[in-house]
Design a protein around this ligand. Structure first.
Ligand code: TYD
Ligand code: MG
Length: 445
């Protein structure tokens, strides 16, 4: 069985035909499917017209963290199972311990850890100033006993850290193997629905390790969250990749501090902190993350390439998009960049996947190439087409409003969006139709 994707084959293979991972197939003893799943017996369920199903407005409760609530779609839904994935050390246990603490002021919370002893959790809890008596901690890995604890405690929230350490004695394979992880998650899911208790499962993402990746779990659970961030930056982004109870394009931003994760209410300020003004090659754009606009600074450095093929290196921006923008700048705006090295990065470690940041990337590159400073009080928004035209972007009014809020004085936006973006006293909106026009305005000719 492939521990990355769960593909099954009766013999060993070097490469998994399911997901293409090398060396991912491990031997597992197949078990007979449970009698219940093989069907048969009298039919107990009956189809009903959808119009006759009672719609009860969903009850949710707050996790104590506005950022997490937003990502979940408004709060925790009783009976739901949420998988929290992320690299080791990113802060999964920290986040869930803080959430458990907040929730335990209203209901009892059961925190099951298979990774740390109760004493280790206590050490962390002291650092996080967690001291609610409603938070019950148990170091346990046997799923039957976890179910028993849930029955005994009747908690309002259960955290299982991590699903890879949990096992059932019914299966012979080792904890962390695909069949164990799938079976235990399935059992906890049934428990969650039956007891109407929300369960958070922590899952590790491993590329080469022996633990089962959370991929196999994604189909089973209601919500999949990923916690990501760069190891060398203190901020962390929480993203939903699947959500049966809300949208998947919201993000939550946190900062790791000495006393745990702190919510970042205004991510734009974080991404724009530490700006140096009077330097060429810098340009600010407004990107949308779900319903939230986030301002980020793009840095570009263009210098002549001494030999042969010039280098193009990016951080936070897709390399193939950079290639397109460079081609457009060369062909449509007359900047001879083909003999220059180009480095582009997004300050603060943010990622800009949205096409609406194209124009700002182009301006940052042109600014560095011409050694002309781009006005630091200007925000640039727009998608760049292959013929050098600036295409309309979505939600320009929201982006411009965020720029105005943070004290920017001018916005360069696609001409098609200019009307919609106006209406801020402190901020001037300039509509542009081509990249050339944008460069002229941004770099002052
Ligand atoms: P942790 O929650 O243990 O990560 P995970 O469960 O995802 O593996 O986070 C561990 C990291 O967070 C560790 O490198 C130390 C850091 N940290 C802080 O910086 N401040 C804190 O208050 C805590 C508890 C951890
Ligand atoms: Mg952990």
């Amino acid at each position: 069985m492939c521990h990355e994707c769960g593909y099954e084959t009766p013999r060993w293979l070097g490469k998994c035909p399911g997901c293409g991972a090398w060396g991912a197939l491990t031997e597992e003893v197949a078990t007979r499917p449970a009698a219940a799943s093989s069907g048969g017996g009298p039919v107990a369920s009956s189809p009903v017209p959808i119009t006759e199903i009672e719609s009860t407005s969903e009850y949710r409760f707050s996790s104590g963290s506005l950022e997490l609530d937003r990502v979940l779609g408004g709060g925790i839904v009783p009976g739901s199972v949420v998988l929290l994935g992320g690299d080791p050390g990113i802060g999964k246990s920290t986040l869930l311990l803080q959430v458990s603490n907040a929730v335990s002021t209203s209901f009892p919370v059961l925190y099951v850890s298979g990774e740390e002893s109760a004493r280790q959790i206590k050490l962390r809890a002291e650092r996080l100033q967690v001291r609610s008596p409603g938070l019950l901690v148990v170091a346990e890995v046997d799923v039957e006993r976890i179910e028993q604890h849930i029955d005994d405690v009747r908690p309002g929230l259960v955290v299982v850290d991590s699903i890879q350490t949990v096992y059932t004695r019914e299966l012979e394979s080792a904890p962390g193997s695909v069949s164990q992880v799938r079976e235990c998650a399935g059992r906890l899911l049934r428990k969650a629905k039956e007891a109407q208790v929300p369960i958070f499962l922590v899952g590790h993402v491993t590329k080469t390790g022996v633990l089962a990746g959370p991929r196999v779990l994604e189909h089973v659970v209601d919500t999949v969250l990923y916690f990501e961030g760069e190891r060398h930056h203190s901020f962390r982004i929480l993203r939903a990749v699947k959500n049966r109870f809300g949208s998947t394009n919201e993000i939550g931003v946190f900062e790791m501090s000495d006393s745990g994760l702190v919510e970042v209410k205004n991510p734009s300020e974080l991404f724009l902190s530490g700006r140096v003004r009077e330097v060429s090659g810098l340009c600010v754009t407004a990107s949308m993350e779900g319903s939230r606009p986030i301002l980020a600074e793009i840095e570009a450095l263009v210098c002549s390439a001494p030999f042969g093929t010039p280098r193009r290196t990016t951080t936070g921006v897709d390399a193939s998009r950079l290639a397109i923008i460079l081609a457009v700048l060369e062909k449509r705006a007359g900047l001879l960049l083909s003999s220059h090295d180009v480095y582009v990065s997004v300050a603060g470690g943010a990622r800009l996947d949205e096409r609406a940041s194209d124009l700002a990337i182009a301006c940052a590159i042109a600014s560095s190439f011409k050694n002309a400073i781009c006005d630091p009080k200007t925000v640039i928004i727009g998608e760049v087409g292959l013929s050098g035209e600036v295409r309309a972007a979505s939600r320009v009014d929201t982006r411009v409003a965020e720029a105005a809020k943070l004290g920017f004085e001018r916005c360069i936006v696609p001409l098609a969006n200019a009307r919609a973006a106006e209406g801020h006293d402190s901020l001037r909106v300039e509509g542009v139709a081509t990249v050339g026009e944008a460069l002229e305005i941004a770099l002052g000719g």
